[in-house]
Design a protein around this ligand. Structure first.
Ligand code: GLN
Length: 482
């Protein structure tokens, strides 16, 4: 693998994974650009005619679930099938999910959403793991490899709303969803054809070191499958009897997320026999985790609140009334433009490079500003598209400070024996953020929008400032890691 330089100086296998993730993100963001607008569109216009209250709750459940299922998805690959098969099966399930949405029926709509959450849970964490496995442990190209991969994500995310929202909003919602499915299928074909370039990456589950570990793996597998089966059957049964409304499910999901956070951090912070250095670092992880949850709550409103704002309050008369979903291409476009600049800035700053906590604080301030600028125009109609464009620019500036820094800080701070759990913690923050971003969109029709934007802005700015005050103590807690 090491002497393979066929893809921009990187192993050829990176091209396979780059295009797989490009097409997977194409399908994810293409569909997400349509999702809330389709749900709130009247039935006369081919939509579901849901009020924002219900549509926001479904958005939060769906996107929150997508990221939460990354945890079992990573576990299944590690323990049972290996990342390579997980990506393949995940991709197939995702494509089937989008094709379900291509049918105009409420049952296929819900079923399709469930399939996409399961498929993405299998695919997304594992395709990233395989990128890491393309390189030997100390290959200096590894970080650059991940940067190229991040470009793939955003290329897919940039093109998708342009194409799917045009078809979906202008022609027929279901054609837009079908296009997302076609994108995932293209990615799958490319993946299968390119498998031979992956070497041993993701070929097998993690090796077992002892007979005891092998048997505990089997036991975990049985427990995991039994738990998943029980949950699916119970939820499906309750839903069929009509006992489970969207509101009940959404509240239940909130309780589930809270329970996971309390149990996980309860154990990490108060249980475990960590040496003092590790215990301090775990406190630092918790602080960064809270900041990340809040950041994603603001950021992921791109597909919920801000999507409604694009449709209902923004002037879109150019190009014969361009689709509201087009705005969702902007964050990805800005990432593509800004990522190289930020990489250069961090290197350029050398020893004056701000600490992770400082970058998180700046990230939150940008997120806060992105909503603050919308307050004066929140109650107006026909607002200039410049406002949302500015909002997404500010959010992307925040993302550049927080997202790449976050995962790397988590992995550096984590005590060795819970290293892979930290990847999960990062996904959990995303899940919580997405869930909240949906709950906030639920308020769109019942709460004054200037207040809604104001509250999001205030939370982000206050926590951002609070974190700025904590930069020094955080440095002490992080003990040498910055
Ligand atoms: N846009 C990136 C992706 O889809 C990151 C989004 C996130 O972590 N919430 O992978």
């Amino acid at each position: 693998m090491n002497d393979d330089h066929r893809f921009f100086g990187h192993p050829r296998g990176l091209a396979t994974l780059f295009f797989t993730e490009l097409w997977e993100r194409f399908s994810y963001y293409g569909m997400r650009g349509l999702l809330i607008l389709f749900m709130v569109a009247s039935t006369d216009h081919g939509g579901l005619g849901f009020p924002a209250l219900k549509a926001g709750a479904i958005y939060g459940l769906y996107t929150g679930m997508v990221y939460l299922l990354g945890l079992p998805g990573g576990w299944i690959a590690d323990q049972i099938i290996g990342a390579r098969k997980a990506v393949l099966y995940g991709g197939i399930v995702i494509a089937l999910g989008h094709f379900c949405l291509a049918f105009p029926s409420i049952n296929t709509f819900y079923f399709g959403l469930v399939l996409i959450t399961i498929g993405t849970g299998l695919l997304k964490p594992n395709v990233s793991t395989m990128v890491g496995q393309l390189y030997a442990q100390n290959d200096p190209r590894r970080d650059a490899g991940f940067s190229i991969f991040y470009m793939g994500i955003n290329l897919g995310a940039f093109v998708a709303p342009l194409a799917c929202s045009y078809l979906g909003e202008k022609v027929n919602w279901h054609y837009g969803f079908a296009l997302a499915g076609i994108g995932m299928t293209a990615g799958l074909i490319q993946y299968v054809l390119g498998l031979r370039y992956l070497g041993d990456a993701g070929r097998n589950p993690a090796p077992v070191s002892s007979a005891r570990e092998a048997s505990s793996r089997k036991r975990n597998l049985v427990i995991g499958l039994a738990a998943a089966f029980t949950i699916v059957v119970t939820v499906a049964g309750l839903a069929a009897t009509g006992a489970l409304s969207v509101a009940v499910l959404s509240n239940a999901f909130g309780i589930l997320l809270t329970t996971i956070v309390v149990a996980l951090f309860g154990w990490l912070l108060f249980g475990g026999d960590w040496p003092p250095v590790d215990r301090k670092r775990l406190i630092a992880i918790f602080v960064l985790f809270v900041a990340a949850c809040l950041f994603w709550s603001a950021y992921e409103q791109a597909g919920s609140t801000l999507s409604l704002f694009a449709e209902r309050n923004t002037d879109r008369h150019w190009f014969n009334g361009f689709p509201a979903g087009w705005f969702q291409s902007l964050p990805a476009l800005f990432v593509i433009m800004l990522a190289p600049l930020f990489a250069w800035i961090w290197v350029r700053l050398g020893t004056r490079n701000p600490s992770s906590a400082a970058k998180f604080s700046i990230g939150l301030l940008f997120a806060g500003l992105s909503f603050a600028i919308l307050i004066p125009v929140a109650l107006r109609a026909g607002v200039s598209p410049m406002w949302l464009t500015m909002t997404y620019l500010l959010q992307t500036l925040g993302e550049m400070c927080l997202s790449p820094v976050g995962l790397s800080a988590m992995t550096k701070l984590a005590p060795a024996r819970v290293a892979s759990l930290m990847m999960g913690v990062w996904f959990l923050a995303d899940s919580i953020g997405n869930y909240i971003s949906g709950r906030l969109a639920s308020l769109y029709e019942s709460f004054p929008l200037n207040w809604l934007f104001g509250i999001v802005a205030a939370f982000c700015i206050l926590l951002g400032l609070g974190l700025a005050l904590l930069v020094r103590p955080m440095k002490r807690l992080m003990g040498g890691v910055n």
